[in-house]
Design a protein around this ligand. Structure first.
Ligand code: ZN
Ligand code: ZN
Length: 338
């Protein structure tokens, strides 16, 4: 079969490799759609821990083509989406309910072969069968939506709250829609790329700000002198992370969702955090939110499909990676069996 392979940081190729063999509790999945995520770019650059050589891809859907002999409940032809994060179920964190903090976590597309391949071995417990009416290309967005749900759950946005989001990439635009579903009175999107600001507006952003044109803090404080209840960083840019602290109101929350470079840091004044009762919260992965993400996508209430701007065949995966993150793209996906 054909697959994309990261040989080592900075080196990728599309290559033939043997079809995966499945164990008694695995599914063989013919991959339909596999999304490129910011984390994949970090893995490629070597700035996110992963196991090389690697077939990346952790956001994918497909059709079941083989079913391990010990499995019940799956049949050949089932449409599924994959939760890439494989937990041990036995460590301190798994047993105390923080499954996403599992000490022994491995992930498809990070430590094990993932979805940028024609076929993928998927442990059955990582697979979610799709409800009728949810197309495979939309379903591939379940993992990023599930991660956004984790962020939104932790943010506890209430009806009427004001929300600011740094980064109008695919994640920012999904978060924007979730904030609106929570009843936010104003959602402000901050992004230096004009194309992304336009897309944020098209997805119902109440206010978009170009941080290169306007001082974000003074613009927001002119409108909302106290600041806003919740600020998300969905950019993974350390300069944006520093700005989040300038927009949050007393008693408000900052959710660090974007993946910054591993060594990046910023200064924090503990007196200010204490005196203003600021919450700064990381949001990591998708603990128990995949099912909700699948249902939300199937309901049609979240139009995540519209964040996909580019499709590529597997042969052109290097080109797909090259343009990901550029101003004309939002979500770029690969269709390995096109
Ligand atoms: Zn991802
Ligand atoms: Zn564990």
């Amino acid at each position: 079969m054909l697959a994309l392979e990261f040989l080592e940081p900075g080196q990728m190729r599309v290559t033939e490799m043997p079809e995966p063999e499945i164990g008694p509790r695995d599914l063989l999945v013919r991959v339909h759609t596999s999304g490129i995520c910011g984390t994949d770019l970090h893995i490629f650059r070597g700035s996110y821990p992963a196991t090389f050589p690697l077939v990346p891809g952790h956001e994918y859907s497909g059709i079941v083509e083989g079913v391990g002999p010990e499995l019940e409940g799956f049949v050949v032809g089932d449409a599924v989406v994959v939760d890439p994060n494989i937990l041990c179920g036995a460590c301190f964190y798994c047993r105390s309910g923080n499954v996403h903090l599992c000490s022994n976590m491995v992930a498809l597309g990070v430590n094990l072969p993932g979805g940028f391949a024609e076929l993928s071995r998927v442990p059955a417990r990582q697979a979610y069968r799709l409800p009728k009416g949810l197309p495979l290309d939309q379903a591939a967005l379940s993992e990023p939506v599930a991660c956004c749900l984790r962020g939104m759950d932790l943010a506890e946005v209430r009806s009427g709250d004001r929300v600011a989001i740094f980064g109008a990439g695919p994640i920012g635009v999904i978060m924007l829609q979730l904030a609106q579903m929570q009843g936010a009175s104003t959602v402000i999107m901050i992004d230096p790329q004009a194309g992304r600001r336009r897309l944020a507006e098209a997805h119902g952003a109440d206010w978009v700000i170009d941080p290169l044109e306007e001082a974000v803090e003074s613009a927001v404080r002119r409108q909302f002198p106290e600041g806003v209840e919740v600020v998300f960083d969905c950019s993974g840019n350390i300069e944006a992370v520093k700005e989040t602290l300038k927009l949050v109101m007393r008693g408000g929350k900052v959710i660090l969702y974007g993946v910054c470079e591993e060594g990046a840091s910023f200064e924090l004044n503990p007196f200010w955090v204490n005196e203003n009762e600021i919450t700064i919260r990381g949001a990591y992965n998708n603990p128990n939110t995949m099912g909700r993400a699948v249902d939300l996508l199937a309901s049609g209430k979240l139009t995540a499909g519209s964040v996909v701007t580019h499709h590529f065949p597997l042969q052109e995966a290097p080109e797909a990676f090259r343009i990901t993150g550029s101003s004309e793209t939002l979500k770029v996906v690969i269709d390995p069996n096109e």
